[in-house]
Write a protein that binds this ligand. Sequence first.
Ligand SMILES: Nc1nc2c(ncn2[C@@H]2O[C@H](COP(=O)(O)OP(=O)(O)OP(=O)(O)O)[C@@H](O)[C@H]2O)c(=O)[nH]1
Length: 204
Amino acid sequence: MNEVKLAIMGGEGTGKSALTVRFLTKRFIGEYASNFESIYNKYLCLEGKQLNLEIYDPCSQSQKAKVSLTTELHWADGFVVVYDISDRSSFAFAKALIYRIREPQTSHCKRAVEPAVLLVGNKQDLCHVREVGCEEGQKLALDNRCQFCELSAAEQSLEVEVMFTRIVKDILTNFKLKEKRRPSGSKSVAKLINNVFGKRRKSV
Ligand SMILES: Nc1nc2c(ncn2[C@@H]2O[C@H](COP(=O)(O)OP(=O)(O)OP(=O)(O)O)[C@@H](O)[C@H]2O)c(=O)[nH]1
């Protein structure tokens, strides 16, 4: 069974828990305990594969501390980065998180394929007090090789499910890419060893 690890990141109060709980239970519960972090498990069947999806929902901490992301970058196969469309500062924080995730990978962890990222503008139901334009979110996502959507955890159960399915599919695509790269890598090492020892044998 494939293990898929997804981290839900974003500023305080952007709706990370609301999105996670909506996906897991199809319900919107107004308030969530925010002083502890959780890892949820969900079994899924996607593209004919059985998956064990682990979702990491961090507790609210100082935004400055969370932008380091060191543990998450090593743990997660993909990220959902959430901001609140009615709160510009949460968009600035989402931007900082995305820049951190997209930093040259070798500087913080070695990956064959960069992690999948989906940027989410949550609380679309508050569009009458919108502070972040939809096109700003789209541009940030496009510039940083991320998927993008706007939705409302409060009002849209189906959209939330589609959003999670999209990021999990992207992660599965990355797994396939990694698989493709691995055999060719080992082949070239084998070829190299063969070349070196083959030549030596010939010259004896
Ligand atoms: N109007 C509206 N409110 C929402 C939506 N999603 C979440 N909220 C509210 O926003 C507040 C914060 O939601 P949480 O899910 O606790 O946000 P969080 O990002 O997990 O918060 P922290 O863990 O404290 O960082 C709560 O009062 C939710 O009811 C939404 O789509 N629309």
